[in-house]
Design a protein around this ligand. Structure first.
Ligand code: SPV
Ligand code: MN
Length: 633
């Protein structure tokens, strides 16, 4: 086991590397000059027993090697357009596996009802056992990256070891190179380490899926991932690093959030930056890509207080985005990027004749091709007699941000961008209005963030369409108990004279006939309203749950932004307060927090006050309260 080896080897890791690495690779480790990294690489070699080892620097040559090997080893296949490749994960490996993703904790540490964890010693024994010899006959790749812009207070150094060239290639597109950055910093700078092995492969996919494990060792800033290929389980720097980032942020007084960052255009050429947290597959990337805006990030943000302001950076510099429903009408910017020559990996799409196809792409799909389930023809069924979609709902694309025409010029700004608004959104078919501002920071953190619910999607394995509690859209990644997370969140902006304003959005509200009440493009109007609201340029109507837009402002914005005649009837239906549903939600949320320990009392006070306001509105105006009724009060 890693621990025993380290005791036996004392300071001799570099000697071990010298004897066991090819000269060229040994020189790279020697030049790096980091004893912790020597130890990590040597111990992983002893544990995983790879056939060969490739140490990658930031050089174009090394990036090229990774790209080439991914194709040579058939982890990726070239498509007709230059730079495009595709990759398939196994049929049972198409999303994040929440059940087998666990924190490893000391026996006396508990993180509450909603977080998956196990005793550290047991978890380590199990996962190290699985990884023992896992790279036999394979090449082990060692990659150094930097989360956040380089040379910044936000920079977080990471080392990824993997035996998958697809994983290494994806991370090369998604993260900033970090070899030179590692070289530059002191030996004791905190870093995150990730070890992944796809394990035994059969026909190019993981053969031992039942031994799929993602174990996060919070004590050691280290994550183990085995017997899986799907990006969300394997790319250490994505959701696995997010957990280590959450832990570090809570310790140091900053936030790691499941948020996009966008620049929204306003009057006189100003750009207002906002962040938004939505669970996976709820419109986060498409909101970040709205036409006219500039994108800083689509998935993960580090958020810090700098000089009395809230500032954010994109942890990543690429997108691992959902491809379904990207078409020239709804997402012209991404569609155009995905159909132009550039370095792009398509995963779990349908491929026919060298071209990628996906559901909702705005054209008819071929009736045959190849997908993650093998040769595919329309109507093909799986072992459970369920029809196999041509492309998986969680099929993805991986692309560097700077390939996008709307990439924000401040993506690499070491100071980040100033956040004026934070938005929380979920997949909620029956309760919340499409857009609402909270009364203030505390009301927003609690009733918009901590009370967020959303229906499950194909981004994680398991049933879809089930309403789940998902505070800040971050529940899957929380590396702390809910009480600690909430307390720190509330405190984060308490000292600021102008904290970001908090909003909620809901793109999925349905009417009585079950049809969505909003079009895919309406979110552009919501973003523009938020932009004006942040600058106090529009009024709002107070409701028991927050502040909603006035009809006249939405009418103006629908017309100017989308050339749509937004009717009063639509406004009324969309913005009617559904009191019974709101009350039921409060009850659900309160019951959840009552099960936890140490939840800040203010949460219960806020929920209680909201309930009282709703009950008063119901007594005066009935179950369904239109904006007009409220305006006439
Ligand atoms: C998500 O599911 O939230 C994603 C993709 O952004 S994954 O890498 O699977 O986390
Ligand atoms: Mn995500």
């Amino acid at each position: 086991m890693i621990k025993e080896v380290s005791r036996a080897m004392g300071d001799e890791y570099l000697d071990y590397l010298e004897s066991n690495l090819e000269r060229e690779h040994f020189e790279k480790m020697k030049d790096l000059g980091k004893s912790d990294m020597n130890k990590f690489v040597a111990e992983t070699m002893l544990l995983c027993k790879p056939g060969t080892v490739f140490i990658a620097t930031d050089s174009e040559e090394d990036r090229d090697y990774v790209r080439r090997k991914a194709v040579e080893l058939c982890e990726e296949t070239e498509l007709a357009t230059e730079g495009h490749t595709y990759h398939f994960d196994g049929p049972r490996d198409q999303g994040r596996d929440k059940e087998n993703t666990r924190y490893l904790l000391a026996p006396n540490v508990h993180l509450g009802e909603h977080i998956n964890y196990m005793v550290r010693e047991e978890g380590l024994e199990e996962v190290l056992g699985i990884l023992d010899g896992a790279m036999a006959g394979k090449e082990m790749i060692v990659r150094f990256y930097c989360l956040g812009p380089r040379n910044s207070v936000f920079s977080q150094l990471c080392c990824q070891i993997t035996d998958s060239f697809y994983v290494a290639h994806s991370e090369d597109l998604l993260y900033r190179p970090g070899y030179e950055e590692f070289k530059r910093v002191d030996d004791d700078v905190e870093h995150f380490r990730f070890l992944h092995s796809a394990g035994r492969l059969e026909n190019g996919v993981c053969a031992d899926i039942e031994k799929r494990r993602m174990y996060i060792d919070l004590e050691d800033n280290m994550v183990y991932s085995a017997n899986t290929q799907y990006g969300g389980n394997t790319m250490g720097l994505k959701k696995l690093a997010m957990r280590l980032g959450i832990q570090k942020g809570l310790r140091e007084g900053w936030l790691t959030e499941h948020m996009f960052i966008v620049g929204v255009p306003g009057r006189d050429g100003r750009v207002t930056y906002m962040t938004g947290a939505y669970p996976s597959m709820c419109g986060k990337t498409s909101t970040a890509m709205i036409e006219g805006q500039t994108i800083v990030g689509d998935d993960i943000a580090y958020i810090k207080k700098v000089g009395g302001e809230v500032r954010a950076v994109n942890v990543e510099c690429g997108i691992f985005g959902i491809i379904q429903d990207i078409n020239p009408h709804d997402d012209p910017a991404i569609y155009s990027a995905l159909t132009s020559p550039a370095e792009i990996i398509f995963s779990n799409v349908l491929v026919e004749d060298g071209r990628p196809y996906w559901l909702g792409m705005g054209q008819e799909l071929p009736r045959k091709g190849v997908n993650y389930a093998g040769e595919w023809t329309a109507g093909k069924k799986d072992a459970k007699s369920k029809e196999i979609d041509p492309s998986h709902k969680n099929a993805r694309f991986t692309i560097k941000m700077d390939n996008l025409a709307n990439c924000d010029p401040r993506l690499e700004d070491p100071e980040g961008v100033t956040v004026k608004a934070m938005i929380f959104g979920g997949r909620d078919t029956d309760t919340s209005v499409p857009l609402e501002q909270s009364f203030d920071w505390v009301h927003g953190v609690i009733t918009k963030g901590a009370a967020l619910e959303s229906e499950t999607t194909a981004a994680t394995l398991g049933a879809e369409g089930i309403r789940e509690f998902n505070p800040m859209s971050n529940l899957d990644f929380l590396a702390a108990s809910l009480d600690t997370y909430l307390q720190k969140y509330l405190e984060f902006a308490a000292v600021l004279s102008k904290p970001p304003k908090i909003f909620s959005v809901n793109y999925f509200l349905t009417g009585r006939d079950g049809r969505y009440l909003n079009g895919m493009l309406d979110k552009k109007v919501w973003m523009l309203w938020i932009e004006e609201r942040v600058h106090d340029e529009v009024g709002a109507l107070e409701t028991p749950t927050g502040m909603i837009p006035l009809y006249k402002d939405l009418k103006r914005l629908f017309e100017s932004a989308l050339d749509i005649d937004y009717t009063e009837e639509q406004y009324k239906e969309q913005f009617t307060l559904r009191v019974p549903q709101q009350l039921a939600k409060l009850e659900r949320i309160e019951a959840i927090y009552r099960q936890e320990w140490g939840i800040p009392e203010v949460l219960f006070t806020m929920l209680y006050e909201q309930r009282k306001r709703l009950e008063a509105a119901r007594a005066d105006l009935g179950d369904y309260v239109t904006p007009l009724m409220l305006a006439q009060l």
